[in-house]
Design a protein. Structure first.
Length: 145
């Protein structure tokens, strides 16, 4: 049976199937040498591994463990840096609290016993807000360690 086009321009079915079968046979012949090779032993690198750059290769167990330790150390260093910054903020806020408290005491001493100025009330509110902020920062510092 020959491959002759029918009236639409398509080839007959059997001729096309023969062509596909021939291509499949050539592909199988090309795979035979790779299928006949010995399987890779444990601990031996795959033959394709040497041709790939180090950035593409999967790290071995030792390298993965080293990377995990580095990440852990990095996280610990970041945590300690954030904790130190928070402690510095607490110290600065505590100094500001002391300053505001002494100013408030001086302002209260200036007023008489029946009246409080609007400035004294505002200063007391700012002391309260600052004290709450210091308390929250202390909770974060103490809770994280």
């Amino acid at each position: 049976m020959s491959l002759t086009p029918n009236r639409i321009g398509h080839f007959h079915r059997w001729g096309a199937l023969r062509g596909i079968a021939g291509l499949a046979g050539l592909a199988a012949l090309g795979l035979l040498p790779t299928l006949s090779q010995q399987p890779q032993g444990i601990g031996q690198p795959a033959p394709w591994a040497a041709s790939q750059p180090a950035a593409v290769r999967m790290p071995d167990a030792n390298a993965r463990m080293q990377m995990q330790e580095q990440q852990k150390d990095s996280k610990q260093a970041k945590f300690e840096a954030a904790n130190a910054a928070r402690r510095k903020q607490i110290a600065d806020d505590a100094a500001r609290l002391l300053q505001l408290a002494t100013e408030l005491k001086a302002d209260v001493d200036k007023t008489n016993k029946d009246t409080l100025s609007l400035e004294v009330i505002r200063k007391a509110d700012s002391i309260e807000k600052l004290a709450k902020g210091v308390k929250q920062k202390m909770k974060l510092t103490a809770g994280a360690s």
